[in-house]
Design a protein around this ligand. Structure first.
Ligand SMILES: NC(=O)c1ccc[n+]([C@@H]2O[C@H](COP(=O)([O-])OP(=O)(O)OC[C@H]3O[C@@H](n4cnc5c(N)ncnc54)[C@H](O)[C@@H]3O)[C@@H](O)[C@H]2O)c1
Ligand SMILES: O=C(O)C(=O)C[C@@H](O)[C@H](O)[C@H](O)COP(=O)(O)O
Ligand SMILES: [Zn+2]
Length: 360
């Protein structure tokens, strides 16, 4: 078991990572602290893991809300069953919401916790690789809007993140690959040695070797915790965590939520950002080849969908949260491990990746 800290002053919290964490009653009870708890999960994860979490809540008033599964349900209306349960049960401000599931459940539950009675505590128990390496850490919560991904939300930090690495044993292969996109992202942003390590260990990760998976989670969380601690509300460097996301969110929204998994869209978006960086003259061709090879080995797509032509891509990208005063800002690469956020790019380089997806 390893514990990392997200250093945010009074809002600091631990990320505890290890096998069998779901059976650690003391840790869960200590993290809850208050008088009651509501667990939010979904119809896929609840049958697998809900009882094990509920077993630790004896003597504490609690109940579970089980949501339908899927990115398509990450909408404002999905909050209704959560708020209904909270209000019907007279849960007060000492209640803790517990997110048990992947990033979708985590983002929804966090947003419910941010807004119920103007804010109650919440815990993250992430059960996908993507949620364990990224979405459970950092306090971005929210839901999608038909016109844009994650457009309605709040920053609201969890009290603790409890990562049971053994929950990944039941995760479908496609979801494991989606999680690897966000893992690769950390190597590309500012951890070139980690990128090298991933080149050597990607097959171990796909084979779910426990040591490799645990190391990748720990290193990813350490990277994320450091970036979040430096810029909690994304006024600057936190935007680096958006590498691949301006393109990726356009794909998710444009294709219909759930058609492309978030990690798949981000993987393709990272390829597009890298290809654009080469067109800018900022990244070596050989580095793009290494990036594309690693993405392909992780079984992630690198070809954007032909259904989205350049004007549609531009329209979708224009609602990105990094747009300021009408100017698009993108995360681009000056090398592997050297990402920058910039609006100062050559429009022709963007045209290149948007209009020649086959060549990009
Ligand atoms: N808040 C953030 O900082 C942040 C960061 C990255 C991504 N996200 C968001 O996270 C979401 C993607 O998260 P995700 O990739 O976890 O998808 P997800 O939550 O949809 O989970 C993927 C699938 O795996 C299932 N599942 C979850 N755990 C399982 C397990 N242990 N065994 C078997 N099946 C399991 C889920 O029911 C779902 O069908 C997107 O909405 C994305 O925008 C948020
Ligand atoms: O934590 C962050 O900051 C991130 O950007 C992490 C991303 O992987 C994640 O997908 C996030 O939800 C994107 O944020 P958004 O503000 O672009 O919606
Ligand atoms: Zn993401």
């Amino acid at each position: 078991m390893k514990t990392l800290n997200v250093d945010l002053g009074a809002r600091s919290y631990p990320i505890t990572i290890g096998p069998g964490m779901l059976d650690d009653a003391d840790m869960l009870r200590e993290a809850i602290g208050g008088n009651s708890a509501v667990i939010v999960s979904n119809e896929t994860v609840a049958p697998l893991y809900l009882k094990r979490v509920e077993a630790h809540l004896k003597g504490l008033r609690h109940e579970a809300v089980v949501l339908p599964d899927g990115e398509a349900y990450k909408t404002l209306t999905i909050l209704d069953p959560i708020f209904n349960a909270l209000l019907k049960g007279h849960y007060d401000r000492n209640t803790t919401l517990i997110a048990l599931g992947g990033g979708v459940v985590g983002d929804i539950t966090g947003f419910a916790a941010a807004t119920y009675q103007r804010g109650v505590n919440f815990l993250q128990i992430p059960t996908t690789l993507l949620a364990q390496v990224d979405s459970s850490v950092g306090g971005k919560t929210g839901v999608n809007h038909p016109l844009g991904k994650n457009m309605i939300g709040a920053f609201h930090q969890p009290k603790a993140v409890i990562v049971d690495t053994e929950t990944l044993n039941t995760l479908p292969d496609r979801e494991l690959s989606a999680g690897l996109a966000e893992v690769i992202k950390y190597g590309l942003i500012n951890d070139a040695p980690f990128f090298d390590w991933l080149e050597h260990h990607i097959d171990d990760l796909l084979a779910r070797d426990p040591d490799a998976v645990t190391y990748a989670i720990e290193r990813s969380c350490a990277n994320k915790a450091q970036i979040v601690a430096a810029d909690e509300r994304e006024t600057g460097t936190r935007a680096l965590l958006n590498l691949g996301h301006t393109f990726g969110h356009a794909i998710e929204t444009g294709m219909g939520y759930g058609q492309w998994l978030h990690g798949e869209a981000v993987g393709c978006g990272m390829h597009m950002a890298a290809a654009m960086s080469v067109a800018q003259g900022w990244l070596e061709n050989g580095e793009l080849t290494r990036i594309d090879r690693l993405l392909a080995r992780a079984k992630l797509p690198v070809t954007p969908p032909l259904e989205l032509d350049a004007p549609r891509f531009r329209e979708l990208m224009s609602v990105d949260k990094k747009v300021l005063d009408g100017h698009l800002r993108l995360v681009l690469l000056h090398g592997i491990g050297r990402a920058v956020v910039t609006s100062e790019f050559d429009p022709a380089a963007l045209d290149f990746v948007l209009t020649r997806p086959d060549a990009a």
